[in-house]
Design a protein around this ligand. Structure first.
Ligand SMILES: NC(=O)c1ccc[n+]([C@@H]2O[C@H](COP(=O)([O-])OP(=O)(O)OC[C@H]3O[C@@H](n4cnc5c(N)ncnc54)[C@H](OP(=O)(O)O)[C@@H]3O)[C@@H](O)[C@H]2O)c1
Length: 264
């Protein structure tokens, strides 16, 4: 049986590179996001370059109806190919960088729906399936350094990523002794479309990582069954600031972010 992974948010950035990294390791992939044309393009290139099977599942994961069948349809596709669904990568995520009171409520609630509710729902369905089918399986949640170090102007985004860290820590405990692992990766700044979509303009490369590098590191962490993983030495050192008093820590995070990004 060959491995198959579902990768959400595979139409760009870190998700597209996680799909590439898994395909390079001969995993078959189910690609999920809203932009079907981008997913089709990636699927074609992975089939040609790595000779793996690919399945494109366009879905808006903030829509309960559209996300309801993602795990079931992916498992059925994998089984029809003679594979087993062995990983769920919860990578799709959004956030807007602005003062909370100036943000649009609908957008904030949509971010929570994608970053928290969709991840919870997909992980629930996948974990039940993985425990039922037996054998090794992995969940990889892409949080953020902002989940460990809440960032000014990212109140809701940081809180959604803190949820993923807390959720992963407890789920990992519950799954101890089973063949199912859960990992939460906390990248710092990564050069993707996320920055512009969040309303940020990159002003320097300090601490910024490339999505290809992040993808390679987080896939390694998932396969090594790490629970919380921070990619990159500078990010690992920055994460130590979580032990500081919260007001001091938030000021420091704001100052260090100002070295890298400004408002778009
Ligand atoms: N870039 C950074 O600095 C950074 C740092 C730390 C953590 N992260 C996290 O890394 C993850 C990936 O972000 P990225 O940097 O690769 O950004 P990105 O290039 O903007 O990718 C975001 C992905 O999420 C998908 N997505 C957005 N809304 C969706 C929805 N409603 N339904 C389904 N898919 C949706 C997008 O696809 P469609 O638009 O086609 O739906 C896209 O594939 C996110 O969880 C982000 O929070 C990013």
């Amino acid at each position: 049986m060959t491995n198959t992974a579902i990768v959400t948010g595979a139409s760009s950035g870190i998700g597209a590179d996680i799909a590439r990294e898994l395909a390079r390791r001969q995993w078959h992939v189910v690609l999920v996001a809203r932009r079907a044309d981008r997913l089709d393009e990636l699927a074609t290139s992975l089939r040609a370059q790595y000779k793996v099977n690919t399945h494109v599942l366009p879905a808006d994961l903030t829509d309960e109806t559209q996300r309801r069948d993602v795990i079931r349809l992916s498992a059925a596709w994998a089984e029809a190919q003679g594979h087993r669904l062995t990983a769920l990568v919860n990578n799709a995520g959004t956030g807007v960088w602005n003062e909370f009171a100036d943000q649009d409520e609908h957008t904030l609630l949509r971010d929570i729906e994608l970053n928290v509710t969709a991840v919870t729902s997909l992980t629930h369905a996948f974990t039940r399936l993985a425990l039922r089918q037996g054998g090794p399986a992995h969940v990889l949640n892409i949080a953020s350094l902002a989940g460990l170090l809440p960032a000014p102007r990212f109140a809701v985004y940081s809180a959604t990523k803190s949820y993923l860290i807390s959720f992963t820590e407890v789920l990992a405990q519950e799954l101890q002794g089973t063949a199912v692992s859960v990992t939460c990766a906390c990248p710092g700044g990564v050069q993707t479309e996320f920055l512009a979509l969040a309303g940020q303009k990159q002003i320097s490369n300090i601490g910024m990582m490339r999505p290809q590098e992040v993808a390679r590191l987080v896939v390694n962490a998932m396969l090594a069954r790490k629970v919380i993983y921070v990619p990159g030495l500078l990010n690992k050192l920055s994460a130590l600031a979580r032990h500081l008093p919260s007001a001091m820590r938030t000021r420091l995070v704001g100052k260090s972010m100002a070295l890298t990004v400004s408002k778009a």
